[in-house]
Design a binder for this molecule. Structure first.
Ligand code: UDP
Length: 328
């Protein structure tokens, strides 16, 4: 049986990856330090035979007994609010954590796939963004801790590939949404849905003309699964090219949730990218992959998930474990 280590396993994407690899028959080691992740996301798996949960911070030495065929490195805070709260941990998990996992992959002769991000393109001057574009990142801005950690992660992964002939994959993930997102991480979709559920006004940052392109989580997971099953070591964009302005997106959420609240405007955060749209030519030709779920369909599924949660679970979605984390 193939054995896979998934880091960030209790997070939004990590937990969906756990589901997919469990369904595909893998033996899973799910690792998370539960700072931004939640056991709730994987509670349906914890008692299963082929599933083991390990509470560990991958920035520290990682010990895994037995063989490993694959490592999927998805541990990292992934929203601007999180990086502002835990900037040093964000830098460490992308750099030291990646280094530890590359070392582990080398020791186990495992294939490693690392989760990179459209943030490596920064506030892009090329539109839509293709993999050849080097990006426009401010290393010392508030997003720099994430962007530069991810850029370093890609660099380190390529170095292990070239120098140690390690079997590696890099996925550049564009904005993704779906069930299990946290309501309090500041991302626009959970922000708008949370505001609608609480009867608050919807907050648009800036004038709402900035764009994003949102991919439903099932499509993303499918792209990642396909990428792992190639032998392509270069970065591959996975995302949905259907681009929308944030003000248009707010209208869609108002329609979906039926909220009677108004839209209010707040200042645009520093270095907030003005445009973002993936060029997915490479994923199409290499993986024969493209997103299947439309935004209206995906938003409906996501809203249904949030409205199906109990009050207690909704509360938990709005609070996390930062306070239990030892800062250093
Ligand atoms: N945004 C917004 N209102 C909110 C939260 C976010 O207008 O309550 C904007 C944010 O400024 C950005 C876009 O929505 O332009 C997407 O933000 P998100 O944090 O979801 O993703 P990222 O900026 O990392 O792509």
């Amino acid at each position: 049986m193939k054995r896979v280590l998934i880091t960030g396993a209790a997070g939004f994407l990590g937990s969906h990856l756990c589901d997919r690899f469990y369904q595909e028959g893998y033996d899973l080691i799910a690792m998370d330090n539960l700072i931004t992740g939640s056991m709730k996301n994987i509670e349906h798996l914890v008692d299963k035979d082929r599933f083991e949960f390990v509470n560990h911070d991958v920035s520290k030495f990682i010990k895994v007994d037995g063989n490993l065929d694959y490592i999927l490195h998805f541990a990292s805070p992934a929203s601007p609010i999180d990086y502002l709260k835990i900037p040093i941990q964000t830098l460490k998990v992308g750099s030291l954590g990646t280094h530890n996992l590359l070392g582990l992959a080398k020791a186990k002769k495992a294939t490693i796939l690392v989760a990179s991000t459209s943030e490596v393109y920064g506030d892009p001057l090329v539109h839509p963004q293709n993999e050849e574009y080097f990006g426009n990142v401010n290393p010392i801005g508030p997003r720099g801790v994430y962007d530069e950690a991810k850029r370093f992660q890609e660099s380190m992964t390529m170095a292990y590939h070239r120098f140690h002939s390690l079997d590696t994959r890099i996925v550049r993930i564009f904005n993704t949404y779906g069930p299990r997102m946290r309501l309090n991480d500041g991302r626009v979709l959970p922000a708008f849905i949370g505001q609608s559920l609480r009867g608050e006004d919807l907050t648009i940052f800036g004038d709402g003309s900035q764009t994003r392109s949102f991919c439903y989580v099932d499509d993303l997971i499918d792209g990642i699964y396909k990428l792992l099953n190639t032998d392509y070591s270069g970065p591959v964009n996975i995302g949905n090219p259907d681009e929308v302005s944030i003000s248009e997106f707010a209208k869609e959420i108002v329609k979906l949730t039926g909220t009677k609240q108004k839209v209010i405007y707040k200042p645009l955060p520093e270095n907030d990218p003005l445009k973002r749209q993936p060029n997915i030519k490479k994923a199409k030709s290499l993986l024969n992959w493209q997103p299947k779920v439309s935004r209206s369909e995906g938003l409906k599924l996501t809203y249904e998930y949030f409205t199906s949660l109990s009050q207690e679970d909704l509360y938990k979605k709005e609070h996390n474990n930062f306070e239990t984390y030892i800062k250093y």
